[in-house]
Design a protein around this ligand. Structure first.
Ligand code: T1G
Length: 731
């Protein structure tokens, strides 16, 4: 086989892809070669081969060039780098789609006189898969993943996906795939008829052979748009398709547009595609989509150490992490051990109590066993992970760890003692982290001779499964330590946000001083736990505050506040109800009584008149007049107080960017992603309105509603948090 250009080595392709900067011009982003009768067109737009305007221009140009060469009988479309394509370039969404549009490119492909073959490796998502579907034939590597994740961004597939996917795999299957947003494997794609062949060996070789066969047999184009959809969607099927996604799609609207578009696939293609285009525009302009795209980018920005004071950390070299030691074999210690083992790190758990180590091992075994049972991992993987976790009663055994995470009881003296011992034990380049959620990391760091290598790694429960990790830095933390902590977060596949060392860091501060405090205040003023929870769940929270408190244990909150109050206290009636429930042994689900009562073995929260009487008593002792409170007031007060405290957290430098606050709340505290997080949501409400309502509550409810000066300043300037973030570099 003759090739104009030789580049078969995977490494060569990868390094070539890395060399190229993004969007350096259509000609380099899309390259053409001739291999025998095959015109090979390659997309190379690092890092994810997004189909930007330049890529589209390049494709159209390359197709036209190839068609002019009499020797070329078949066109083969592939990509360089790790994946076929992650889809449309999301950074171009806020401006009009430049020419050629997706549709123009696809029409150009479909109407080519030559058969066009797509060979897919890695990911083929959204517009990437839509491009492949517009080709006449498709091959996929067996490890490829093909999907339509648009719904996670609040948009519908807008490059023919809602029209071509049903034509290839049926309307019902297409609806399932688009609603779930989850990619399917190459093998699955073959089984469903989305691809013609699955390749287990070298994709390029196999694809060239496939193309040569087409050329040899004189097989012509096979436009997807000429097919008809084999099944109709009826309302029962639509309801059945929506059911598994009910929780994720609660409060959302994109799914309705998806359904409308897929129904239109039974019309002639030209009509269906026009309907899809109109619906796609509508979805793109929706608030839901703006919010979801904001969170998408916010999550990727937060790992870049945003904020001017992190500039040094961005440049600092992170230390290599292989061995992790965890001190304390309680719930947190065991969860962190699993998170590290999942990331293929060597883990040593230390506890001076052998019984605690035994319990921890049992917890680890049973957690992995349940993951195996649920089909999440194989027994082999579970065994491997368990083997990666060793345990010891001797603290001295941790001496060769690259990272030590202290997860002993929340007690300042105990933790100081552990940290100072660790400091004299582990090599100078090792990172020392504390998992405290309440204590001053600065004070803990000062217990060591090297406070620059100490920081907080605030994991959430359950540590191995929760997405969020707050990295708490102190005034002493070195850029290298921060950079290493980021590497740890990335290894553990967490969404990381840097927090300053203040009361409750970012998330708990806003929860306690803002959202939950207001929920309790509303109870004292006359709302019931069920009313508050339901109103906030209807707003979009996964679970209302009282139900969450009962789930985690009211005693957990009370203990945390006792520790936090050693930092800074808060005046009565701050969490007086939750603390009184703890005193009464009403700890929540685990004792069958809390803010609600629970039948034995049931998680259903049932209203309890005893709790209402308790709240009435606590209110009357404080002279609080009780009244009927509407759901709208509940939501407004809880959310505005969250926003107000969020603004204080920003101004105090506890969070560097409003987008970081949004990431914390959407990934760690159940704030609805489709509203973009509290600060983005405040911007959509308009800060003048936000300020006006906060002032109103300040007048009626008192000092703790004092408006955050940052909101006052931004509102006065007609600005917002989004703009504040953009100007952060100059602050
Ligand atoms: N457009 C532009 N940039 C993108 C991008 C995209 N589609 N996807 C990723 N990036 C950037 C990302 O911001 C980051 O940039 C870098 O690539 C690496 O990403 C018409 C409407 C592919 C699974 O929803 O799910 O097609 O921060 O850190 O963990 O119907 O990125 O380095 O500057 O996430 O390895 C549909 C979104 C689009 C896929 C890789 N596609 N991307 O994950 O790396 S809508 C998606 C992802 C569409 C058509 C429509 C993930 C990934 P920077 P990363 P990763």
């Amino acid at each position: 086989m003759q090739s104009d250009v030789q580049y078969t080595e995977h490494e060569t392709v990868l390094s070539y892809a890395k060399e190229m900067s993004r969007d350096t011009g259509a000609s380099r982003i899309v390259t053409s070669d001739t291999v025998g009768p095959v015109g090979l067109i390659c997309i190379g737009n690092p890092p994810v081969n997004a189909i930007s305007q330049s890529v589209r221009q390049g494709l159209v140009g390359a197709i036209a060039q190839a068609e002019k060469k009499p020797r070329i009988k078949v066109l083969l479309l592939m990509s360089r780098g790790d994946m076929f394509s992650a889809g449309a370039d999301i950074t171009e969404f806020d401006r009009p789609q430049g020419e050629p549009s997706f549709q123009q490119v696809q029409t150009r492909i479909e109407s080519s006189p030559l058969p066009v073959v797509a060979a897919v490796h890695g990911l083929a998502l959204g517009g990437g898969l839509e491009l492949a579907m517009a080709c006449h034939y498709r091959l996929a590597h067996k490890n490829a993943k093909l999907g339509m994740p648009e719904i996670t961004l609040g948009i519908i597939p807008g490059a023919g996906g809602t029209q071509r996917l049903p034509r290839l795999i049926g309307a019902r299957a297409a609806l399932d795939m688009i609603l779930s947003g989850t990619p399917i494997s190459g093998l699955d794609a073959k089984a469903r008829g989305l691809v013609d062949e699955v390749v287990e060996s070298d994709l390029r070789d196999a694809a060239l052979s496939f193309c040569e066969r087409l050329a040899h047999d004189g097989t012509g184009p096979r436009p997807t748009c000429n097919r008809t959809v084999i099944d109709d969607l009826d309302e029962t099927e639509i309801a059945a398709a929506l059911l598994p996604h009910a929780r994720v799609l609660k409060g959302r609207t994109t799914q309705n547009l998806v359904i409308e578009a897929i129904k239109a696939a039974s019309l002639p293609f030209s009509q269906g595609i026009a309907i899809e285009a109109a619906l796609a525009q509508k979805s793109l302009a929706s608030r839901e989509s703006l919010a979801l795209r904001h969170v998408f980018f916010a999550e990727r920005e937060s790992v870049k150490l945003a904020g001017s004071s992190s500039a040094d950390a961005r440049q600092a070299q992170p230390a290599a992490i292989r061995r992790v030691a965890i001190i304390g074999a309680g719930t947190m210690g065991s969860g962190i051990a699993m998170a590290c083992a999942d990331a293929r790190l060597e883990v040593l758990v230390n506890d001076d109590d052998p019984a605690a180590l035994t319990r921890s091992r049992e917890t680890i075994h049973s957690t992995y066993a349940s993951s195996v049972k649920r089909g999440r991992i194989t027994q082999g993987i579970a065994d491997e992970r368990v083997q990666r976790i060793r345990s010891t009663v001797a603290l001295a055994d941790v001496a060769d760890a690259d990272l030590v995470i202290e997860a002993v009881f929340e007690d300042m003296e105990l933790k100081k003692n552990v940290l100072s011992k660790l400091d004299s034990m582990v090599p100078p380049q090792s990172l020392i982290a504390t998992n405290t959620s309440t204590l001053s990391v600065t004070e803990l760091a000062r217990a060591t001779a090297h406070p620059e290598r100490v920081l907080g790694l605030h994991f959430f429960v359950p540590a191995h499964a929760s997405k969020l990790l707050e990295i708490v830095r102190t005034g002493h933390t070195s850029p290298e330590s921060l950079s290493t902590a980021f590497r740890v977060g990335k290894l553990l596949k967490k969404i990381v946000v840097v927090a300053g060392d203040g009361f409750g860091f970012i998330g708990n501060r806003m929860m306690l001083d803002g959202y939950w405090r207001e929920a309790e205040q509303l109870l004292l003023e006359g709302a019931t736990p069920a009313q508050v929870d339901t109103a906030l769940e209807n707003f979009g929270f996964a679970m209302g505050p009282q139900r969450v408190s009962d789930l985690g244990g009211n005693d957990v909150g009370t203990k945390a506040r006792v520790q936090l109050f050693k930092r800074e206290s808060r005046p009565d009636p701050y969490f007086v109800i939750a603390d009184r429930l703890t005193e009464m042994g009403r700890l929540g689900q685990k004792t069958g009584r809390g803010f609600y009562r629970y039948e034995s073995g049931s998680r259903e929260a049932m209203p309890d008149p005893e709790v209402i009487s308790l709240i009435e008593k606590l209110a009357s002792e404080r002279g609080i007049l009780r009244r009927d409170i509407g759901d709208q007031e509940i939501v407004e007060r809880c959310i505005l107080s969250l926003i107000n405290v969020g603004a204080m957290v920003l101004e105090e430098g506890i969070a560097a960017r409003a987008a970081d606050v949004d990431v914390v709340w959407t990934s760690g505290y159940g704030f609805p992603r489709y509203l973009g997080g509290p600060m983005f949501y405040a911007d959509t409400l308009g800060l003048s309105h936000v300020l006006e309502r906060i002032r109103h509550y300040h007048e009626t409810l008192g000092h703790y509603w004092r408006p955050a000066p940052l909101i006052e300043r931004l509102a006065a300037a007609g600005s917002n948090f989004g703009h504040w973030d953009k100007t952060s570099a100059s602050r």
